[in-house]
Ligand binder design. Structure first.
Ligand code: SAH
Length: 233
C-alpha cells in the first residue's frame, strides 16, 4: 500500500473529529446516543438529534460532569436526580413531540428534560417544588439560550391552569396515581407520560386522551423515580 493510502483512514478519523468540534463531550454524547438510546430501540430522529446536541454535562453539578454521559441517573441535590439518558429518550419519544405543541413538565430538577423538549416543541412550561432547583434550572436554561421554557416554583399536583390545555404532559417525579387535575389540563388528542406507583415499584404509564375526550392508558415497563411530594394544601 502506498504511503498516502496508509494515512488516509487516520486522516478521515481526524477530519470527523474536527467536524464534530473535536470536543470530548461531543464524542461522549455521540456514544451515549448510539449505545444507550438508539441501541435500545429509540428511533425518533428528532429526539436522537436533540439528545446529540444538548450539553447534558452542563446540567449536572460541576463535580459530576465526568459522569454526565454514563448509563445511569445522577444526584443533583435536594433529593432530586437527573434521569438516566435512556429514560429521557424513551419518555420524550412516547410524548410524540411536534413543533406546534405546548408541553407541561412536572419536576424541573436540573432542567435537562425541559431543554430536550424545548428543541422539539413550541413552548415548555415546567414546575419544580424545590425553590433552589427551580432557580438554578431557570438560570441554566437561560444561560444556554433556551428561550421557550418557563420555570415556575410550585406544586405540580395543581398543574398550570392559566396555561392549560397542553398537548403533552410529562411527569418526572412519581405520584401514587395520575392526578385528575393534570388529566383535565391535557387537550383532546394529547399524551401524558408518567412514572406511577409506590417507591421502587413504579410503572411508566402512557395516557392518551382521544379526540372525543376518552382516556386510554397502558404501562410501558418498570421504572424508578423520585416520588412526587405532596404539595401545600
Ligand atoms: N426532569 C428532571 C428530573 C427531575 S427529578 C431533570 O431533567 O433533571 C424529580 C423532580 O421532581 C425533583 O427535582 C423534585 O424536587 C421534583 N418534585 C417532586 N415533587 C414535586 C411536586 N409535587 N411538584 C413539582 N415538582 C416536584
Amino acid at each position: 500500500m502506498g504511503r498516502s493510502l496508509r494515512w488516509f483512514p487516520a486522516c478521515m478519523i481526524l477530519a470527523a473529529r474536527l467536524l464534530a468540534g473535536d470536543d470530548p463531550q461531543t464524542l461522549l454524547r455521540e456514544r451515549m446516543v448510539s449505545e444507550q438510546i438508539q441501541g435500545r430501540g429509540i428511533r425518533n430522529p428528532a429526539v436522537l438529534k436533540v439528545m446529540r446536541a444538548t450539553p447534558r454535562h452542563l446540567f449536572v453539578p460541576p463535580g459530576m460532569r465526568d459522569l454526565a454521559y454514563e448509563d445511569h441517573p445522577l444526584p443533583i441535590g435536594h433529593g432530586a436526580t437527573i434521569s438516566q439518558p435512556f429514560i429521557v429518550g424513551l419518555m420524550t419519544e412516547l410524548l410524540m413531540p411536534a413543533k406546534n405543541q405546548r408541553v407541561l413538565e412536572i419536576g424541573t430538577g436540573s432542567g435537562y428534560q425541559a431543554a430536550i423538549l424545548a428543541q422539539l416543541v413550541a413552548e415548555v412550561y415546567t414546575i419544580e417544588i424545590v425553590p433552589e432547583l427551580a432557580q438554578s434550572a431557570a438560570r441554566t436554561l437561560r444561560d444556554l439560550g433556551y428561550t421557550n421554557v418557563t420555570v415556575d416554583q410550585g406544586d405540580g399536583y395543581k398543574g398550570w391552569p392559566e396555561k392549560a390545555p397542553f398537548d403533552g404532559i410529562l411527569l418526572t417525579a412519581a405520584p401514587l396515581d395520575i392526578p385528575a387535575t393534570l388529566i383535565q389540563q391535557l387537550s383532546n388528542g394529547g399524551r401524558l407520560v408518567a412514572p406511577v406507583g409506590a417507591l421502587w415499584n413504579q410503572e411508566l404509564v402512557l395516557l392518551e386522551k382521544g379526540a372525543d375526550g376518552r382516556i386510554q392508558r397502558r404501562s410501558v415497563g418498570g421504572v424508578s423515580f423520585v416520588p412526587m411530594r405532596p404539595g401545600a394544601k
